[in-house]
Design a protein around this ligand. Structure first.
Ligand code: C2O
Length: 658
């Protein structure tokens, strides 16, 4: 009972809490049986006394649990309490029929931490006339690490860079520079010879800086390595700090590029200088093509990296579905698949902030909670496809192409926001107040926060306007393509099959793997895995999220407990209602829902694994497939490419609402 020894006023509610904190909730899993038991108990308690949750929370808050690990459990526990309480509040107008109450208890387990706790508090507690509880003190944003404590990521002997930033003599807070001209980042395939000469010159000068200058080329690469190979711990914790595979991905890289660009501008003594962007998402057939390595990076000494995959030189088109093995598609099919990946990962499958940005990552949390859609699929594919330095996060920053790759990712953040609906920046204060440090153009360490990275205009840069035709891309429908898909057995035929018959097929043929429970896992080693997945009751969630319209409510397929070897490429694709999908199934079909790709980590040797949760928005897809009324859907996971036989572990599959 170590966790609860400091609790002095132990009432019945606190005892329930203690049993949760003590046994049920850990930093890796908050779904242990004890916690579910706790939720059940609490649920009954709350049904009996509508106000007991408030007293419960105060005893919880006065418990005085201090250290970070405990703090996190407390945070998770409290989130659940809040969620359950608000559900209880939303039940006020309902009859407490046993069936409905059963759903409530089940739903409490189903709700993911991605639901904004503060929104719940505001929308549900106040609506129910209950006191609003200040939840802010229970979470905290990630702070910059202590740069004197570089652990030197465990890279193979002789690797360069070493992944440590120079220790600063002073740190200043970021200020917007009002005197900066508005800079326009141009598409790399469209820039002129004069620009390329200047750009190449900037990198020459960067490479010529003394080795201990924080702005020098290798030091710039080391910045990326440091924050992807966990060279630092999160401040005051023993948790490794990692800026990939979470909601830090977009803002951290935006800041990284901002300072990198300012440093290049300083080399040139030209404040108008802007990085170009590699417009790999653009599948236009008009020359010069955007979807291959831009000529500038092939022809200029300072922009070349000889380690890139030699078979992916122009005129080879980028493969946004790449998994370490050539797909061998003809250019037309490749373009279509690339467009569908873009449409899926930016438009259809990323209708909410958490789907796009990735999952919450707060002070004290274990790293890599789960990537957003763009990070997980096209971004990662481009790294692996380019290969060489780019193919590994430790060395990616050594290739000048890396920065143009990431300016495009950064541009997609703006494009995504322009699509409307719920596609807005995260409003969670823990995200907005997260801080990072970077060396600026004067070699001064600057502290920045996420809130200052939301507007590129405020940072005095913008992007050249280019077409994004994938926004309206629609894949070839299964009925048209099914004859050419050997062995597939479509369950839905574009809405023609009645939901009832689709369901019958599902129930009869395919078992339900179910959501994560302790001790259960499935290892995918080269062959596809399918499961039917229950869709939880929607009405309850709609009530919880009353500020969201029916159309805006997102349905999310969650693949829980994904675990892959850190040092190997691995990939699997996800299909909805295509039970016999395999590694030959084309990806330009509506049943394709998204991919998981792992970029190897040089610093993590054999035996280390990378863990994450994969979340894919499927509301639009179910509609498109004509199966929005079925109670279960079939999900097929297909391992692909070079890492096809790599053991990929998954621990659960479920659907939730966002
Ligand atoms: Cu920091 Cu493209 O990764």
């Amino acid at each position: 009972m170590a966790y609860c020894s400091s609790i002095s006023s132990v009432d019945l509610q606190a005892q329930v809490l203690v049993s949760c904190g003590d046994r049920g909730i850990s930093s890796t899993s908050n779904r242990g049986p004890a916690c579910q038991l706790f939720l059940g108990k609490l649920h009954r308690l709350r049904l009996g006394n509508p106000d007991s949750g408030v007293g419960f929370l105060s005893s919880f808050q006065s418990a005085g649990l201090r250290n970070a690990g405990r703090r996190q459990r407390k945070h998770q526990c409290k989130s659940k309490v809040l969620k359950l309480s608000s559900q209880r509040a939303s039940l006020k107008d309902n009859k407490h029929e046993p069936e409905f109450e059963q759903q409530l208890t089940e739903s409490a387990r189903d709700i993911d931490s991605s639901i904004d706790r503060r929104q719940l508090l505001i929308s549900s507690f106040t609506a129910a006339g209950l006191p609003l509880i200040n939840n802010q003190s229970l979470a905290a944003p990630i702070q910059p690490p202590d740069l004197t404590q570089c652990q030197k990521a465990a890279l193979p002997p002789g690797s360069n860079p070493k992944c440590c930033l120079p220790v600063p003599t002073k740190t200043t807070d970021f200020q917007f520079d009002q005197s900066l001209p508005m800079r326009v980042r141009m598409a790399a395939h469209l820039v002129d010879a004069a620009y390329i000469a200047k750009y190449n010159r900037a990198y020459e000068l960067l490479r010529a800086l003394p080795a201990d200058d924080p702005r020098t080329y290798l030091q710039q690469a080391a910045v990326h390595c440091a924050f992807c190979e966990s060279a630092y711990l999160q401040k005051n914790t023993s948790e490794k700090l990692q800026i990939h595979f979470s909601w830090l991905f977009f803002p951290w890289h935006r800041w990284y590029l901002y300072f990198h660009e300012r440093i290049l501008a300083k080399m040139l003594n030209d404040d108008t200088f802007a990085l170009p962007f590699w417009n790999w998402d653009n599948q236009s057939v008009v020359s010069p093509l955007a979807n291959l390595i831009p000529a500038a990076y092939i022809e200029n000494a300072s922009l070349v990296d000889n380690t890139r995959n030699p078979s992916h030189q122009p005129p080879t088109l980028v493969d946004l579905t790449y998994s370490g093995k050539e797909g061998g598609l003809d250019p037309e099919k490749q373009r279509a698949e690339n467009n569908n990946v873009m449409h899926q990962e930016v438009v259809s499958g990323a209708r909410t902030p958490s789907l796009f940005f990735g999952q919450a990552y707060r002070a004290g949390d274990a790293n890599t909670p789960g990537p957003g859609s763009v990070e997980r699929a096209p971004h990662t594919a481009i790294h692996v496809w380019t290969g060489g330095d780019m193919g590994n996060f430790a060395t990616a920053g050594k290739d000048a192409l890396f920065y143009a790759h990431h300016t495009n990712v950064d541009r997609l953040w703006n494009v995504w926001k322009s699509l409307g609906g719920r596609r807005k920046d995260i409003s969670d204060p823990d995200w907005l107040s997260t801080e990072f440090v970077f060396y600026d153009e004067n070699a001064t360490l600057v502290k920045v926060k996420v809130a200052d990275a939301l507007s590129t205009e405020k940072l005095s840069y913008t992007y050249q306007n280019v077409d994004n035709p994938w926004i309206t891309h629609s894949p070839s429908s299964l009925s048209r393509s099914s004859s050419s898909i050997a062995g597939t057995k479509p369950v839905s035929s574009n809405g023609v099959a009645s939901p009832a018959s689709a369901e019958a097929t599902v129930l009869e043929e395919i078992e339900e793997f179910g959501e994560e429970v302790e001790g259960k896992f499935k290892k995918l080693e080269g062959s596809a895995f399918r499961s039917n997945v229950k869709r939880p009751v929607k009405d309850l969630f709609k009530k919880l999220k009353s500020q969201i319209t029916d159309e805006e409510l997102e349905e999310v397929l969650v693949i829980q407990g994904v675990e892959v070897p850190s040092d190997k490429i691995s990939k699997f694709d996800v299909f909805i209602n295509l039970p016999d999908a395999d590694d030959k199934t084309p990806l330009n079909i509506p049943e394709f829902a998204g991919s998981f790709v792992n970029v190897p980590h040089l610093g993590m040797g054999p035996g280390m694994t990378r863990k994450a949760t994969l979340r894919i928005g499927i509301a639009e897809k179910l509609e498109e497939l004509g199966i929005k009324d079925v109670s279960k859907v079939i999900v097929t996971l297909v391992p692909k490419g070079q890492g096809k036989d790599v053991p990929i572990i998954i621990k659960g599959i479920k659907i939730e609402y966002d």
